[in-house]
Design a binder for this molecule. Structure first.
Ligand SMILES: Cc1cc2nc3c(=O)[nH]c(=O)nc-3n(C[C@H](O)[C@H](O)[C@H](O)COP(=O)(O)OP(=O)(O)OC[C@H]3O[C@@H](n4cnc5c(N)ncnc54)[C@H](O)[C@@H]3O)c2cc1C
Length: 287
């Protein structure tokens, strides 16, 4: 299928993009890497009147490590994030997730901001952001705002972004020597969206783990914290943590797997990820 007709314009600046978005809701859409948007247009799941291209705006891409945090600009391509030594060293969870996102051609065009704004419930980066307790920075007609990842993902493909907001960056805490991260997913083929996936972050606490954050993806309308399992892991009880998933998660069955299969896979992933959390690779080593 071909998309419905639309007008196209290239925003000259962030303010220009926000100005161009001043149309009735749904009439204008931002274009970043186009890897999700163009597919929805071609399938006529969306038919905006105007596409506003963000690709000409300076200052929206790049990776900065400062003040104990890592900031990644919205227009930073997945490929750039994936080969960044700063990401490997200071945001190793994101480094672990990157190779699972689509294929090389998609990672060359797709952007970090597009992935977070699109908020596909089976996508890797929203779950990493949630596991790391990161935040999203965006700008709109009322200025700049920052929203914590825990409050950002609202529903299926729905976020805290308003119709005139432009996501400008995400921020995550920079890794410390005590930070432990883990990542695993099941997908039918490498590069496919996950059937079930898990991104996790914790603080080493003696021989155990503290501040455990487990963010599952592919199991609901948004990435989801498994909070009861987090508590059980903090108490050092892996078997009880796996059992707790029964009440933490209620994944809908889909064309890929039944609810029961997804629940089972969630437990298998938890055991794999706990091993990574307990036996971390030296910081800065390849994921
Ligand atoms: C075959 C295929 C396989 C894929 N597999 C995976 C996968 O395994 N895992 C995964 O996570 N992703 C996967 N993707 C999606 C890919 O990661 C996309 O790049 C990403 O979801 C969207 O990023 P984009 O830059 O292409 O955004 P676009 O497609 O340009 O935009 C997506 C949406 O976000 C909005 N948007 C974009 N940027 C902003 C911004 N700065 N502020 C506000 N709104 C914005 C757009 O208006 C649009 O609604 C796959 C894509 C394809 C085609």
């Amino acid at each position: 299928m071909k998309p419905a007709p639309f007008a196209y314009t290239k925003a000259k600046s962030l303010d220009h993009a926000i100005e161009l978005l001043a149309r009735p809701d749904g009439e204008a859409r931002l274009l970043a890497g186009g890897q999700s948007l163009i597919a929805t247009l071609n399938m006529r799941l969306s038919a905006p009147q105007l596409l506003i291209d963000l690709n000409g705006i300076g200052g929206l891409a790049g990776i900065t490590v400062k003040n104990g945090g890592v900031e990644i600009g919205a227009m930073t391509r997945h490929a750039e994030v994936g080969r960044s030594t700063d990401i490997l060293k200071h945001a190793p969870l994101i480094a672990l997730a990157m190779p699972h996102i689509g294929h090389a051609a998609i990672r060359n065009r797709g952007t970090l901001g597009g992935s977070i704004a699109f908020a596909d419930p089976a996508a890797e980066l929203p779950a990493c952001l949630l596991a790391l307790g990161g935040e999203v920075v965006f700008a709109g007609p009322n200025g700049k705002r920052t929203v914590k990842a825990d409050d950002f993902f609202k529903g299926l493909f729905e976020t805290a972004l308003g119709p005139r907001d432009v996501l400008t960056a995400i921020r995550v805490p920079a890794a410390t020597s005590d930070m432990r991260v883990g990542f695993a997913e099941f997908a039918r083929r490498h590069g496919d969206y996950a059937m079930v996936g898990l991104a996790a972050c914790a603080q080493a606490d003696g021989k155990g783990l503290g501040d455990v954050r487990l963010a599952y993806f592919g199991v609901g309308n948004t990435p989801l914290r498994a909070k009861k399992a987090e508590t059980k892991l903090t108490e050092g009880n892996i078997d009880e943590a796996v059992k707790a998933l029964a009440s933490d998660l209620d994944p809908p069955g889909d064309v890929q797997a039944t609810k029961a299969t997804k629940k089972h896979l969630a437990g298998v992933l938890l055991r794999r990820v706990v091993k990574q959390l307990m036996e971390p690779p030296p910081m800065g080593s390849p994921p």
